[in-house]
Design a binder for this molecule. Structure first.
Ligand SMILES: Nc1ncnc2c1ncn2[C@@H]1O[C@H](COP(=O)(O)OP(=O)(O)OP(=O)(O)O)[C@@H](O)[C@H]1O
Length: 235
């Protein structure tokens, strides 16, 4: 479960301070949650609060399971172990020379022994259909393969939650569908920020963000209709 309690984000600007996210309270328990909204509305900020990359200026964000509650600020390191994050551009995430080494890097904490770590990395690649690419330089992979590898690297340590910020934006139709299908079929709780309204509509619950506020929270099909109406009102 992801809990926002009056979480707000205010950023300093030359003119003073600007509110990026107004106080927001949410209890997110559904397995697949999508977040939609216009450019600059605050979706990434909302997503980044979940793993503590962005800290709330007031209020709190926490993940909980059973009686355990991990605050994104005071338990930041533990939260980041439980919340994997995938960006739209896999180049920002893939830092090792080969695919196998990149997955192994994610496993450095959980698998201290080098040979064990490599075995686990290869097993992860196998699980995502990437075994044949294990020794390939990540620079030679296609955009779709890179994104799949970035997701595999994040999921290698089996986080409880996966937050993906526009993971299909840079992909062609086929790869966008492939990655979208994969994300929605994961056993993890998935929070998906996307401009792909078809994909967003396949979630269990959808948040619509507008000008730093969650303006709709509910059934995906109704959320998409709400967002379309908002966009039309502006044009
Ligand atoms: N650290 C910061 N300082 C000042 N302004 C910021 C900061 N971070 C974000 N913003 C502003 O807050 C607003 C929301 O940004 P955010 O990245 O959350 O939007 P978004 O909905 O994810 O947009 P997009 O769809 O374009 O990725 C934007 O106007 C952005 O410029």
């Amino acid at each position: 479960m992801i809990e926002f309690q009056h979480a707000a984000v205010v950023a300093p600007t030359a003119e003073g301070a600007t509110t990026i996210l107004h106080p927001t309270s949410l209890a997110l328990a559904e397995r697949r949650i999508s977040i939609i909204g216009a450019n600059g509305s605050g979706k990434s900020t909302l997503a980044r609060l979940i793993n503590g990359v962005v800290e709330p200026s007031s209020g709190s964000v926490a993940i909980s399971s059973g009686s355990e509650r991990l605050d994104s600020v005071s338990n930041g390191a533990a939260v980041r172990r439980e919340v994997g994050f995938v960006f739209s551009n896999p180049d920002a995430q893939l830092i090792m020379p080969t695919a196998a080494e990149d997955v192994a890097l994610s496993l450095r904490r959980t698998h201290r022994d080098k040979r064990e770590r490599r075995r686990a990395a290869l097993a992860t690649l196998e699980r995502f259909g990437l075994a044949a690419l294990a020794e390939r330089s990540v620079h030679t992979l296609s955009g779709g393969q890179k994104q799949l590898l970035a997701i595999a690297s994040v999921l290698a340590t089996d986080p409880a939650i996966l937050v993906a910020d526009e993971p299909t934006t840079l992909l062609d139709l086929r790869n966008a569908r492939l990655i979208g299908d994969l994300l929605l079929s994961l056993p993890q709780q998935v929070v998906l920020v996307t401009h792909d309204l078809e994909l967003a509509a396949r979630a269990d619950r959808t948040l619509v963000v507008d000008a730093g506020r969650v303006v709709f929270d509910g059934a995906p099909v109704e959320a998409v209709a709400h967002y379309r109406a908002l966009s039309e009102a502006l044009s």
